[in-house]
Design a protein around this ligand. Sequence first.
Ligand SMILES: Cc1cc2nc3c(=O)[nH]c(=O)nc-3n(C[C@H](O)[C@H](O)[C@H](O)COP(=O)(O)OP(=O)(O)OC[C@H]3O[C@@H](n4cnc5c(N)ncnc54)[C@H](O)[C@@H]3O)c2cc1C
Length: 613
Amino acid sequence: MERESLEMDVVFVGAGPANLSGALHLSRLIAEHNTAVEDGKPEGKSLGEVQIGVIEKGSAVGAHILSGAVMDPKGLAELIPDFVAQGAPLESEVKEDFFYYLTNSRAIRSPINPPPLNNHGYYIVSLNRLTAWLGEKCEEAGVNIFPEFPGADLLYDESDRVLGVRTGDKGIDKDGKQKPNFEPGVDLLAKVTVLGEGVRGSLTKKLIRRLGLDEGREPQVYSLGVKELWELPDDRYPAGRVTHTLGFPSDQWTYGGGWIYGMQNRVLNIGYVTGLDYRDPLIDPHAEFQKYKTHPFIAKLLAGGKMIRYGAKAIAAGGLNAMPRVYSDGVLIIGDSAGFLNAARLKGIHSAIKSGMLAAETIFEALVASDYSSAKLQAFETRVKESWITPELRRYRNFHAGFRHGRWLGMANAGLQYITGGRAWGIFDRDHQEPGHQAMQKLSAEQNGHATAPRYKDLRFDKQLTFDKVTDVYHAAVGHDEDQPAHLHVLDTNICATRCTEEYGNPCQRFCPAAVYEMVEVVAQAASLRGNGVHSSELQSEPPALAGGSVTEPRALASGTQTHADTSSLPRRQLQINFSNCVHCKTCDIMDPYQIINWVTPEGGGGPDYVGM
Ligand SMILES: Cc1cc2nc3c(=O)[nH]c(=O)nc-3n(C[C@H](O)[C@H](O)[C@H](O)COP(=O)(O)OP(=O)(O)OC[C@H]3O[C@@H](n4cnc5c(N)ncnc54)[C@H](O)[C@@H]3O)c2cc1C
């Protein structure tokens, strides 16, 4: 296939805060350098016009950005010192900070806020809006931004030096054939490629494996944040108020906590984080969040309000010990892709911005020296170590790992490590983390045959306070062209209806917060099985019984589906992938117990549209 090649100097994959800050800072460093050379100041020569490109899989900058978010402004203040005067879209300065422990029926206010959650002087933001604003700043500085361009593959030379990125093809139908609007992806060649794909980046994952960049490091661990925006009828929760909660509905072996942030115009931003290292295979992070809202303290807050937006995204929680090597020949890894988020503070925007700036400074030096080797780009890691990112992460390096010992020991460990500079007590220093999916236990004898956990038996989706996944996904404004191959590759579908059903009860149906995965009963003969997949339209599939709107297996919202038969003997249960529901949270790629789900980028522009999130 003929592909166009486009030579750029630096390509940033992903238009998140990390990469946009990197692109903006780099463009300024180059402009300052060239001006200084023209004025005859430093030795050296002008870099001339340096082509900087940012590609983004979403339909626009910010479309796939989902966060809390309370922003520690120190990163943005370094990038744009007068960001307030320049009109950065800020919802409110944080004016009040609360921390509650929720029992099943009561909310107990902590007399002190845990220090990592002290947010005075910070800002509540919609990261979607802030990112779009950063995108505008980049364009004003001459950076080329290409929305609807997913990075589908990295390009390497024979010695594994990264040469750039191949963007995804457009116009491939569900059977893999070219449609009339077919356009092959472009090879964007670059001296340095920067991966700022956010959490569990699909190219980052492949690069780390190919080059062994995680050798000697702890495995990364994750959480999943599920959130909604609500319009309230009155001023009961002012902009600038921040509340964090611990306790209900998590059990002591499941890492979890809630947040409630007051935004402008009576909009409430509410969400719940569940650790993607839970033990009970019947846990459903979306249902955890719905249950959270039924707590009297929360339900009262939302009474009379209206849910207006929904979204979900994974969070990298492993911290310093799980950070991969962040450089190699021709490539850097920054932001959440590198795991710079501080899980104890639930904050990563500031360090994403800072890491982008440090990457920019490293790339600038590499451009001046015309040296893009690993040896030169290693300076990025040194810069990270010498910046405030590393001491901050060091102080919380055992935070998440401590919760493997249960909530109370985890809390004790968190408190102790705050005092001991991250060490906590000896046994928890460099407590070894296992990949989160390995923590999932097999179904017990009592659980077997039950799709629903007893913990959700009273949960009903009344569509006022609580919502099923399909209704929530509608509020994420997700769109994918349905005539394209599924971007969720299940590498061995034979496992689904056999081992996985028996061992874990098909947990993909529960850990996915967007009703993408569904086990369906196929009741008619499927005459035309093709390869490992058939399309559901060719089968009469019967959706699983919905028990009066109670929490149970999800149903498909959209018709962009692919069904996988395990063998040719039907009727039987099969996995149906409703890929067009996908909100790009990456949970399936992370939490599948057999690690056979591979999330790849769909056609450009597909996915959620997180306006105001
Ligand atoms: C639920 C939740 C709550 C959070 N709350 C807070 C908070 O209160 N405060 C805080 O500071 N931080 C918070 N964070 C963390 C914060 O959002 C991240 O640390 C920050 O967004 C990281 O920025 P990034 O640029 O590295 O990645 P992202 O913001 O994830 O941006 C990555 C971008 O790359 C794009 N992309 C990915 N892969 C490709 C590809 N292959 N090709 C093209 N484009 C691609 C994505 O579409 C996205 O636009 C929260 C995160 C979550 C999920």
